[in-house]
Write a protein that binds this ligand. Sequence first.
Ligand code: AMP
Ligand code: GLY
Length: 422
Amino acid sequence: MRILVLGSGAREHAIITALLREDAGHHIVAAPGNAGIARQVEVVHLDPSNGAVVSEYALENDIELVVVGPEAPLVAGVAEALRNRGIPVFGPGKKAAALEGSKTFAKRIMTEAGVPTGRATRVGTLDEALAVLDDFGSPYVIKADGLAAGKGVIVTDDRDAAVEHATYWLQHGPILLEEFLDGPEVSLFFISDGHAVVPLSPAQDYKRLLDGDGGPNTGGMGAYSPLPWLADRFGSEKDFIDEVLDTVAVPTVRQLETEGTPFIGLLYAGLVLTEQGIRVIEFNARFGDPETQVVLPRLLTPLSGLLHAAATGALGNFESPRFSPTAAVTVVLASEGYPEAAISGRPLSGLDDALAVAGVHIAHAATAKLDDALVATGGRVLSVVAEGSDFAEARGRAYEALSKIGLDGGQYRHDIAERVAR
Ligand code: AMP
Ligand code: GLY
């Protein structure tokens, strides 16, 4: 198949790695890709958020499937621009992508569909915000309404910090205040063709910068999959997945279908397992990063078939995707200063030594080639991914590989998958 993958992160590298692993002779092009992706497939310099440009390229190059990686092109309407020209595309149109792009829209859909989520109130002034903060109580959860690259959310016990965050984001428009949801977080992905829905395997993401869940929220500093402890709570992983499928994914997809804005693509359910039951904290309209780096290596069903079936309305004939029982761990290497102000341009070394560790591969994100050297060009630089027969092995491999990579000021968490590796 001739496949165009839009995006330039470790998620897109993971998608491409999974497509190549099928060994099906796919011709893959990435736009714009990164230095790691460019080692494996063709890269072209297109603006992934320009629907007209991407459509022209796809038509001229006989592309049979476009996979949209990041949220920005989805929210910009690239998927419908392609679909309007008859090009199969994995990714929802602008309206359905508002499930990620607008937290208010997501809450409305959940309410209409009866999907379990926390209480939330949208406010436009500081006075209203203060009243709601005191009603919901501590810890305070405050969210900017649009896409804010992980920076719009604060969860804090400190009322002054809450008020400061609310004051700042109110300058940009209304904000959302939410009830705090207490419990472990799980990311579960679903693939949908607008009607049929199939689940992937659950993963856990580490959103905070520092060990022990300290420091600011980030785009994600590491992940592991599967989640062996789900069986203790739900009987089996399958029972958990079925519950989320029935109470969250199917109702959401049905609601969007009923409203004439079908969700074609990847529905990312960010869940909290509270004492009262499963609650949705957020939806995303695309694969999660870094969870994709640990979910796709375990996928046994060919990814291209799933994505193409979703893009062409043929998912109803598909059995649920199968996963290997192996353990996968990813640890993100970030630049000094991330997430506030990442330092860019520093040399990266030791990747070949890292790749020599058994079971390890690297998904590149912010990397570029400068002359013959590799440099880090942004916040999250790369994801080291390790597989093993159990978590102790996978985790050991990931950290051994990381110890071989050189990046001045580079930061990574040391406790990824610790709790499952004992
Ligand atoms: P979001 O961008 O909505 O996913 O929020 C980012 C992170 O903030 C989540 O992954 C959670 O760790 C935390 N968070 C968001 N909303 C809540 C909530 N209502 N209760 C507890 N933690 C939350
Ligand atoms: N890992 C969180 C996200 O992809 O939004």
